[in-house]
Design a protein around this ligand. Structure first.
Ligand code: C5P
Length: 251
């Protein structure tokens, strides 16, 4: 199974994004050529979120794909099944590698999302992964109980949403690395856990509530770590990215 480090490209526009990735890739390519052509070759896997996508539109996906990046399009769809199916068909046509929905939309919506995505991606040999957001990390138990009227512990809700995603035929979920083992136990080892909230130093979390280091996430069984500021805001992004790969992938 393809474990990887995904860089969250939370930049304002294409220019900033490409400039950053150019810097990262040019230097990295040199490192790769000098050391071992097979080690870490290829462009980093990147995540594009709502801000960048809404600012730039589909062209940002096309541009990054042309440059050889794998793209996780993090748009978190949530609507009636028919609408989600049609929207997913469009996203599938872009050639994205990973895309997501909110599990709160229910099993029928997730099944429709998968159908739509596969229709859109019909011409691609490598089919995109479809994953579900279980609960946002900004939602805590007080919000669950007080606003959403869900009177169950967070861990139980996350586990049930992951099981729903599995039943709908999805490939995995976005979750905290703290939940990865529980989700694998419930849904199987092949069910992907994509985990943000990664920091080199767990005492500096920015706005993330619970964080793990890349090495801890590896230990916890994460399949993909999503890393934003620890790489994008690092003084030496190439070193930070290489450290993530080394600690999480061992290469
Ligand atoms: O900069 P940082 O490493 O905190 O970035 C994490 C990325 O993962 C951001 O793009 C954020 O929106 C995303 N994310 C998250 N928590 C979730 C889902 C997505 O941090 N539950």
């Amino acid at each position: 199974m393809g474990k990887d480090v995904i860089i969250a490209c939370d930049f304002k526009n294409t220019d900033e994004t490409v400039k950053f990735l150019d810097r990262l890739t040019r230097i990295r390519d040199e490192v790769v050529r000098c050391d071992d052509i097979t080690v870490g070759a290829g462009r980093p896997y990147v995540k594009i979120g709502m801000e960048l996508f809404y600012a730039e539109g589909p062209v940002i996906v096309k541009k990054l794909k042309e440059r050889g990046h794998k793209v996780f399009l993090d748009l978190k769809l949530h609507d009636i099944p028919n609408t989600v199916k049609k929207a997913m068909t469009v996203l599938g046509e872009y050639g994205v590698d990973m895309v997501n929905v909110h599990a709160a939309g229910g099993i029928e919506m997730m099944k429709a999302a998968k159908e739509g995505l596969m229709l859109g991606a019909a011409r691609y040999a490598d089919k995109p992964k479809l994953i579900a957001v279980t609960q946002l990390t900004s939602t805590d138990e007080a919000t669950l109980r007080g606003q959403l009227l869900i009177d169950r512990p967070m861990a139980e809700v996350v586990r049930q949403y992951a099981l729903n995603a599995k039943e709908a035929g999805l490939d995995g979920v976005v979750c905290s690395a703290f939940e990865a083992a529980d989700i694998h136990e419930a849904c199987g080892e092949d069910f992907l856990t994509v985990t943000p909230g990664i920091r080199f130093d767990t005492s500096s979390a920015d706005d993330q509530k619970r964080v793990m280091t890349p090495a801890q996430a590896k230990e916890a069984g994460s399949d993909y770590i999503v890393v934003g500021r620890p790489v994008t805001a690092a003084e030496k992004p190439i070193d930070a990215y290489s450290r993530c790969r080394e600690d999480f992938l061992g290469r």
